[in-house]
Design a binder for this molecule. Structure first.
Ligand code: CP
Length: 302
């Protein structure tokens, strides 16, 4: 079994992954040998802080080993993904990959003898969404009935949040004035709509009034943030998105917890005051990436 997105997971599967993450967080010693003698290949075609640290530390704390593999220094740059994964999956027990393209993740999964985890591509970020669910459950006590508002670009993080929330009973409102076409998955949106748990609006103020959580993400995907070729589009997005910033004005009408998957672009999608607000759970949310990584690895290996 692989984790490319949440499509193959039932509501029960996803809820039990959340509960396992919370259980591991509170009883780390119980799981200290759960990955003993095993190795996780962690492949990065893009930059990362949290995903790398979470999976590498998870492998160590579970008694095994995480190999950081920088795409640029390997023969993934020369050879076909299929051949490289055929080899790799004979020497490691699980593979986590952060790639530019979802189609390459799917190729990896099809060629692999061991589970493949999506560490964030242009369409999905499931390990992030699992950490988000863990955070929501910790704060609210339950996922069912919790109200989450996502303000930002409709992107990979947004897709995985929609899947995660609608499979676990979280009521999600997305406020996404820009749709990143690279992340388009109409099938996912159709399935989410059927649940009645997901709605979209452009009225940010009304959406956050009774929210339990407000969540934002970068307005520009990581691979484009400092790319000069993307400068004009970046300016355009900042202009369009600024009214949807999480700031004092928005927070005056809401008592919601503040979430952000990080890295943060201070002064763009969120202000410093909001980051430092007593209602901010951003760093706890980021810490929960570790417990999400452990839960994913253990679930996929059993
Ligand atoms: N949220 C997240 O995936 O962080 P990194 O890009 O630092 O891994």
């Amino acid at each position: 079994m692989h984790l490319i997105n949440f499509k193959e997971l039932s509501s029960q599967d996803l809820n039990s992954m959340v509960d396992l993450g919370i259980e591991i967080k509170h009883n780390p010693q119980k799981y200290a040998k759960a990955f003993a003698g095993k190795s996780a290949a962690l492949i990065f075609q893009k930059t990362s802080t949290r995903t790398r640290v979470a999976f590498e530390v998870a492998a160590t704390q579970l008694g095994g080993h995480g190999l950081y593999i920088d795409w640029r220094t390997t023969n993934f740059t020369l050879a076909d993904i299929i051949d490289e994964i055929q080899y790799l999956s004979r020497n490691v027990d699980i593979i986590m990959a952060r790639l530019l393209f979802d189609r390459d993740l799917v190729k990896m999964a099809n060629a692999s003898r061991v589970p493949v985890i999506n560490g964030c591509d242009e369409m999905y970020h499931p390990s992030q969404a699992l950490a988000d669910l863990i955070t929501i459950k910790e704060k609210k006590g339950a996922l069912k009935g919790a109200k989450l508002v996502y303000l930002g670009v409709h992107n990979n993080v947004c897709n995985s949040l929609i899947e995660a929330c609608t499979k676990t009973g979280v009521k999600l409102t997305t406020v996404t004035p820009i749709f990143n076409e690279a992340a388009r998955d109409d099938e996912l949106l159709i399935e989410a709509k059927k649940t009645g748990l997901w709605q979209s609006t452009l009225d940010a103020k009304k959406a956050v009034e009774d929210a339990d959580f407000v969540y934002t993400d970068t307005w520009i995907d990581m691979e484009f943030f400092t790319d000069p070729k993307f400068a004009a589009e970046k300016d355009n997005r900042i202009k369009l998105m600024m009214p949807y910033q999480i700031n004092d004005e928005l927070l005056r009408i809401s008592d919601a917890y503040i979430m952000h998957d990080m890295p943060i672009h201070r002064g763009y999608e969120i202000t410093l005051q909001a980051i430092e607000s007593p209602k901010s759970v951003i760093y706890e949310q980021a810490e929960n990436r570790l417990y999400a990584a452990k839960a994913i690895m253990l679930k996929l290996l059993t």
